[in-house]
Write a new protein. Structure first.
Lengths: 289, 263
């Protein structure tokens, strides 16, 4: 049972991060390779807000999440917006450069030492009994948050006007502009939402297991989840995350814990050989990558 | 009274070398249907793209002249702001979002400032009752005629004052084209929308237009009211398939080409 709980928690982490990759790719065809760094930045922002609003953990959390959304929008407005109309490769390389820059900034501002946001918030990460196994409060929070985020994104994309416009812009940006949709507003919204979901993942991971610059690796390991599921599919990201998490946990449990960082990329290579466009992705989408 | 749309001495250059439009002047008054006729490469679609702000995507630019809509110069406006101003383009191809349903296609349209979305949506279903029956169907599964209806309906939800329609008849059966042409007249009559209709099918365009312009090699070579154009010997011979005297080898070539379009 504990194995299943571990898989569920890790799948929730990967799914929450992977939906950020999918959101931006689906709308603008750009792979945001700075997603892990943006997620890490959000967790460090929580450290700052925790000290600013000491004694008010909920306000600190809310402000950190809000700031993360603003960071995503600002990254688009001041950086990625200038890449509109350029080659997709140029935009992807810009996100790589942004990631390197953010990693440096984080060490410069908050130092490279391990930090503990839960302690800064005065919050205790209890271990809870569930179905004969145990789960940390942050782990349970991760599963619930992932479920809420996916349901929320589904409802947003399916039933709200901006969600429909976002899907329209992803399908045919030219026609979207002809229908009066401001692509810059839609892209900024996608970047904001993507960074927001990454922030939720980063904050909950840091509450569970502390925070240092290696968090970027978790962001990177979620990338195969998005690719295995199909880069343009949110449902695919969820299934991809489950597959990657199951493979990783089982490998740790039955073979060697040292393989944990390798497994997601092994699964990715296998998937690229068998079905390069992912489980739920479309061939046409892959052609554009 | 000045025209709703005024295109003055417009010159458009692709890249640095190819002049696609060479000093076109045309106008459209409120509530008119104006036909823009011409052969392939005459500059019809380029004119529409210049008006709707999409030249930049093709590495093209306006080098001379100006486009005024309600006396406002459209220079350097992004396409979505031109749409919000009241000019909406129905493109020749890729005119619907194939993975969205009919209703979602309509919901994706952003109405111009001050336009009443609800009323416009109701009117589109009145103009195109078939779309109401197909409201939940994915647009990619619609027939060519239904897609054209959806494209027109989506454009109407934007609340346009000027509708730019590029090749209404492309790839459609004559009976469907005739039906769609009549819907355009109804839309004009009921909503007072001005329509600039780019067509190779001159017979259809001139059957519903009030006025027309004929473009050749980026220049307006003939213009006037639709009746005059229909009776003009050159239009009869080269665009309506009449059997006039052939005057030169160049004319014969052009005639054969035009016969192919209507063949």
């Amino acid at each position: 049972m504990q194995l299943a709980i571990n898989i569920a928690v890790l799948a929730a982490i990967y799914a929450l991060i992977a939906c950020g990759y999918v959101l931006i790719y689906r709308v603008s065809r750009v792979l945001n390779l700075a997603h892990g760094e943006l997620m890490m930045l959000s967790s460090y922002l929580l450290l700052t807000t925790a000290s600013l609003f000491s004694g008010n953990p909920l306000i600190a959390l809310g402000v950190a999440v809000g700031l993360s959304l603003c960071v995503g929008v600002l990254v688009y407005l001041f950086l990625m917006r200038r890449m509109t109309g350029e080659m997709v490769l140029a935009a992807v390389l810009t996100t790589v450069a942004l990631g390197v820059l953010l990693r440096g900034l984080v060490v410069l501002i908050w130092s490279a030492q391990q930090q503990n946001p839960a302690q800064a918030l005065g919050w205790v990460n209890y271990s809870l009994p569930v179905f004969g196994g145990r789960i940390s409060a942050a782990g349970a929070g991760l599963i619930m948050t992932t479920a809420l985020v996916y349901v929320g994104l589904f409802l947003f994309l399916r039933f709200t006007r901006y969600g429909i416009r976002m899907r329209a812009a992803g399908q045919n940006p030219l026609l979207a502009a002809q229908r009066g949709i401001s692509l810059h507003v839609i892209y900024a919204l996608a970047w904001g939402l993507s960074t927001l979901t990454g922030a939720l993942a980063g904050i909950l991971i840091s509450l569970d297991s502390g925070l240092d610059s290696t968090m970027v690796l978790i962001g990177l390991k979620a990338f195969p989840a998005a690719l295995v599921g199909g880069l343009d599919s949110l449902a695919g990201a969820l299934i991809g995350a489950l597959i990657i998490a199951a493979a990783e946990v089982l490998m740790i449990y039955y073979v060697d814990a040292l393989l944990s960082d390798v497994v997601p990329f092994l699964v990715l290579i296998l998937m690229l050989i068998v079905r390069p466009w992912g489980l739920f992705g479309t061939r046409e989408e892959l052609d554009r990558v | 009274m000045s025209a709703l749309l005024q295109v003055e001495k417009l010159e458009v250059v692709y890249g640095r070398a190819i002049t696609a439009i060479q000093g076109i002047t045309l106008n459209a008054n409120k509530g008119e249907i104006v036909a823009l006729l011409g052969t392939n490469g005459a500059g019809k679609t380029t004119t529409l793209r210049a008006i709707s702000g999409f030249l930049g995507l093709d590495d093209a630019r306006v080098t001379e002249g100006a486009i005024h809509f309600k006396n406002e110069n459209l220079a350097n406006r992004p396409p979505y702001l031109i749409t919000k101003l009241g000019i909406v383009l129905v493109p020749e191809r890729d005119k619907v979002f194939p993975n969205l349903s009919v209703v979602e296609n309509l919901a994706a349209s952003v109405p111009a400032s001050g336009a009443d979305r609800k009323r416009l949506e109701e009117m589109t279903f009145a103009f195109f009752p078939k779309l109401a029956e197909l409201r939940a169907r994915t647009a990619g599964l619609l027939s060519g005629g239904e897609r054209q209806m959806l494209a027109l309906a989506s454009a109407i939800v934007c609340g346009p004052e000027l509708l730019l329609v590029d090749e209404l008849s492309l790839g459609l059966a004559p009976v469907v084209v005739e039906d769609l042409a009549q819907r355009l007249v109804e839309i004009r009559n009921q909503l007072g929308i001005t329509i600039l209709l780019v067509e190779q099918n001159a017979a259809v365009a001139l059957s519903i237009a009030d006025r027309g312009y004929v473009l050749e090699n980026g220049r307006v070579v003939l213009d006037g009211d639709a009746t005059r154009l229909k009776n003009h010997p050159d239009i009869q011979e080269f665009y309506l398939g009449g059997a006039g005297e052939r005057r030169s080898y160049r004319d014969v070539k052009q005639y054969r080409r035009s016969r192919r379009w209507y063949g």
